[in-house]
Design a protein around this ligand. Structure first.
Ligand SMILES: Nc1ncnc2c1ncn2[C@@H]1O[C@H](COP(=O)(O)OP(=O)(O)OP(=O)(O)O)[C@@H](O)[C@H]1O
Length: 231
């Protein structure tokens, strides 16, 4: 059997003497979809930042596609992040001076992928934003901007697609649609999908859930209670 795409072992993260994340183990296979669930402050962003190499865990190891990202030199780490992860940010972050299509092209080129107008067109069509492809972000509705952000992350063709709180501002119907889109796009590119959220409404959509809310954090770093309920 091949190694998991993501392999987290025994990580803890502390800010000062306060442990905010303690996770004995978490693995994700290629193409698997996972929900990272937990209330505000439970450590979701901390875990995503560790996964993507933006912060180094106080203890433990994270392997992504066979690479221990936190031990790479900074320039290699940035490059690995761009190639391994497509990220849909909560606050969308499209570049306002560029059209939707230009945003997708730029994301692809920053991820060092060769130009692929056909893939971009497929994503634009598939996400229902063809009529807005040449519009600037400020002219988009919230829903269109969100779909453009999903298209941009998918345009990178990264093996891992991360969405940070993609549904928190949406009603139930639109939340379901956003999850459908993310799953469809991830399946189309063969990507592993990680959705981080406090939105319990979408729990049933995922067979693999890492619940950071079942955690009782400790300020004692020597305490080795495990946390993170994987169902
Ligand atoms: N740079 C930092 N310095 C000190 N404490 C921090 C720092 N970043 C986060 N924390 C604390 O760590 C805990 C986990 O924060 P984190 O942002 O990972 O949670 P979260 O689950 O993503 O929350 P939210 O859903 O509100 O974004 C929180 O108590 C937070 O206040």
């Amino acid at each position: 059997m091949s190694a998991p795409l993501i392999d987290v072992s025994d990580i803890r993260h502390r800010y000062g003497d306060r442990t905010v994340l303690s996770l004995p183990g978490w693995t994700l296979e290629k193409g698997q979809h996972s929900l990272l669930l937990g209330p505000s402050g439970s450590g979701k962003s901390t875990l995503l930042n560790i996964l993507t190499g933006l912060i180094t865990p106080s203890e433990g190891r994270v392997m992504v596609d066979g690479v221990c990202i936190s031990t790479l030199p900074p320039a290699r780490r940035d490059q690995a992040r761009g190639q391994l992860f497509g990220i849909v940010f909560q606050n969308i972050r499209l570049i306002s001076a560029l059209t939707v299509r230009q945003n997708l092209r730029l994301a692809r080129s920053l991820a060092k992928r060769s130009a692929d107008e056909k893939l971009l067109e497929d994503l634009i069509q598939g996400l229902g934003i063809a009529h807005r492809a040449d519009a600037k972000p400020r002219a988009l509705s919230q829903g269109e901007a969100q779909r453009a952000a999903i298209a941009r992350a998918a345009a990178q063709n990264a093996p891992i697609l991360i969405a940070d709180e993609p549904t928190s501002a949406l009603d139930r119907g639109n939340a379901e649609r956003a999850i459908d889109l993310l799953m469809t796009v991830a399946d189309r590119t063969g990507a592993t999908l990680i959705v981080a959220t406090h939105d319990d409404r979408i729990r049933s959509r995922f067979s693999h859930v890492l619940d950071l809310g079942d955690t009782d954090m400790t300020t004692d770093p020597s305490d080795d209670r495990s946390s993170g309920d994987i169902s």
